[in-house]
Design a protein around this ligand. Structure first.
Ligand code: NAP
Length: 266
């Protein structure tokens, strides 16, 4: 017989950039019913107020945490011990932990909390229900909980080992910023070739949207490239120049390596 799905509130600890995106995604997709949502936040946040208007509880008395099925840790890695310490004794024995923090090991969180932990590395596009989220846990129940919370608003990618999460942080969590930075560099280069700042900015953003639309087709990246780069054409000339310089690979490797090292240094 299949065990009943765990019930009880979902507690979100930290409602900053990522925490707010997660709440937005839950509200948008209904993955968490607002009446089942508790948000713990030191300062007022617009999205938490939206959730409150739909039935969520913001900073309720700690005895309301006892029934929680899961606590999602979304504070900065340097803050987690301080933020979690006053809550541990208030959590019921069945409350699982799901961490979206970079660089904090499941073993450390399990040791402090004496409960199973899943790690998730999402992008902030969970807010639009178009995120991607790497997930890992040694505990099948916690893994299932993490998947339930994120799959309605993100493509969930299972990792084989916890060690892979630092690379996933770079290639998913951080990568949208790397891509925005590249698109900004393209806009700057377009300006150097004579476009106005406004036209370069709008064209580069539009190109990013177009690239995103291509990805939505699920075709391989190589096929998407080939579709635009006809032999002897302008795109092929640009790609060949990038490839000959080796700068793109160098920049991508440098960004991912630095992000991985940063995650390992928390
Ligand atoms: N941003 C991303 O794209 C992204 C992607 C993947 C993973 N992450 C991970 O997500 C975590 C949060 O990152 P972020 O960018 O969202 O940081 P952030 O914007 O600084 O948010 C952290 C939040 O934690 C809150 N906080 C601090 N102490 C607290 C406490 N005792 N109880 C409850 N909340 C507390 C802060 O509240 P106040 O605002 O009131 O100070 C702040 O809003 C990090 O661990 C990061 O590794 C982020």
């Amino acid at each position: 017989m299949t065990p009943p799905a765990p019930s009880g509130p979902v507690v979100l600890l930290g409602c900053g950039r990522l925490g707010s995106a997660i709440v937005e995604g839950w509200l948008k997709t209904g993955a968490v019913d607002p009446s089942d949502l508790i948000i713990l936040t030191p300062s007022a946040k617009p999205v938490a107020e939206q959730a409150r208007a739909r039935g969520a509880r913001i900073n309720p008395p700690h005895d309301e945490l006892e029934a929680a099925r899961v606590l999602v840790l979304a504070v900065k890695p340097a803050m987690w011990r301080t933020a979690l310490a006053p809550l541990i004794a208030r959590l019921g024995p069945r409350t699982q932990l799901v961490s979206v923090m970079a660089g904090v090991s499941a073993a450390d969180m399990s040791e402090v909390s004496a409960r199973p932990v899943a790690r998730v590395m999402p992008t902030t596009a969970v807010a639009q229900a178009r995120g991607v989220a790497a997930v890992w846990s040694a505990d099948p129940g916690a893994l299932e909980t993490a998947r339930d919370l994120f799959s309605p608003m993100a493509e969930v990618v299972d990792l084989e080992t916890e060690g892979q999460i630092d690379a996933a942080t770079a290639v998913a969590g951080s990568a949208p910023a790397f891509i925005y930075a590249f698109v900004q560099a393209l806009a700057d280069a377009g300006q150097a070739e004579g476009l106005s700042m406004e036209a370069a900015r709008r064209l580069a953003r539009g190109a990013l949207r177009s690239a995103g639309a291509g990805v939505e087709t699920d075709e391989a990246l190589e096929a998407l490239v080939a579709r635009i780069a006809s032999p002897g054409g302008t795109t092929r000339a640009g790609l060949d120049a990038m490839s000959a310089s080796g700068d793109l690979e160098r920049a991508a490797t440098a960004a991912v390596t630095a992000a991985v090292q940063r995650a390992r240094a928390f």
